[in-house]
Design a protein around this ligand. Structure first.
Ligand code: TRP
Length: 338
């Protein structure tokens, strides 16, 4: 039997280059390896836990994320892409799993803790938000996923899921599968800086992102604004490559390492201007993003086909979920009518 792989995204905006190098690229490689039964969830229920007052935004972002997936090469023939809110089994599993976690444990989850601070909930933390790791455990277990490719910030979610699974299996019998996180090898890709500099991670809320949907002019303009070395004033001045975002990006996205090494040496010696390095970075990024953008535009022209793909994926995921739920209900002795 092939291993099952599941991952997901909260549709809180279009996907940016941080998502792309940190997870999408890796996911597509895993899909193409043919080693796994792949599922990807667009986690709109999770997005609603902190955007419940802006449902239109969440709805729009589900479509944007679907476009990003298709444009990058997630292939509905090989990966089942499903919408979380259209899978009622997930809500049901969440309710059963809530008995297996304590409030204190939820409050200790480091990722949730950080987010609560960032969102400024103060003492008024929505219960749904605090509990989203439990709903994420339902996401991961409905298909008995063995592996969950995620970034390091998601490790606490996987740990919490593993605890729920162990607890469920100990009480009700061995039904669920304890998942493992799969962290991409390329550590550097885990924390792509935003265009404003290396001490800021690319994120929508910081407004420092480059998006897969950005057109070529926007890409060029964002690269022009990129943080380099503030001490590098004249072309002839020696420049620093440490903490220089343009070089960080070249290390992540460039393939011609000999040429990049040469550029770095020249920059450090003096005699290489930011404009030139930035123009090269534009070429490198455009070579990778141009085809993705073109495919994105094509899919965007046919929303009905995109929604049809999502409907078919959700149907398939619901069938898998129904089978797991039958086992869960039997184990919990709530299968009253068989
Ligand atoms: N919490 C994840 C994020 O914020 C999104 C997510 C939802 C997810 N369900 C999942 C990730 C299941 C992995 C598995 O990015």
């Amino acid at each position: 039997m092939r291993k099952v792989l599941l991952t997901g995204d909260r549709p809180s905006g279009q996907l940016h280059l941080g998502h792309y190098v940190g997870s999408l690229k890796n996911r597509i490689a895993l899909q193409n390896s043919g080693e796994y039964d792949c599922f990807v969830l667009i986690a709109d229920v999770q997005a609603l836990t902190d955007n419940f007052n802006d449902p239109q935004k969440v709805r729009d972002n589900v479509f944007e994320v679907a476009l990003d997936y298709l444009a990058c090469g997630l292939d509905p023939a090989r990966t089942t892409i499903a919408i979380q809110s259209l899978m009622p089994v997930l809500a049901e599993l969440t309710v059963y799993y809530l008995n297996l976690v304590t409030l204190a444990r939820l409050e200790r989850n480091p990722t949730v803790k950080t987010e609560i601070g960032q969102k400024g909930f103060g003492a008024s933390i929505p219960a749904g938000f605090l509990c989203y790791p439990v709903s994420q455990a339902a996401d991961i277990t409905f298909c008995k996923a063995h592996v969950v490719p995620v970034g390091v910030d998601q490790l606490p979610m996987i740990e919490q899921t593993r605890e729920i699974v162990r607890s469920f299996n100990a009480i009700y019998g061995e039904v669920l599968v304890e998942p493992e996180a799969l962290i991409p090898d390329n550590k550097q890709s885990q924390r792509l800086p935003g265009i404003t500099g290396n001490d800021t991670k690319m994120s929508k809320s910081l407004g420092n992102g480059i998006y897969l949907a950005d057109d070529a002019d926007t890409l060029r303009a964002k690269i022009r604004q990129m943080y380099t070395d503030p001490g590098h004033l004249r072309v002839s001045d020696p420049g620093r490559i440490e903490g220089n975002t343009v070089f960080t990006y070249l290390d992540v996205f460039g393939t011609d390492t000999a040429h990049i090494t040469e550029l770095k040496e020249q920059y450090q010696r003096g005699g290489l201007g930011d404009v030139k390095v930035k123009e090269y970075l534009f070429e490198v990024l455009e070579a990778e993003l141009g085809p993705i953008r073109a495919r994105r535009l094509e899919f965007a022209q046919d929303p009905a086909a995109v929604y049809e793909m999502l409907r078919a994926g959700t149907d398939a995921a619901n069938e898998v979920a129904a089978a797991t739920l039958r086992e869960v209900r039997a184990a919990m002795k709530i299968d009253y009518f068989g």
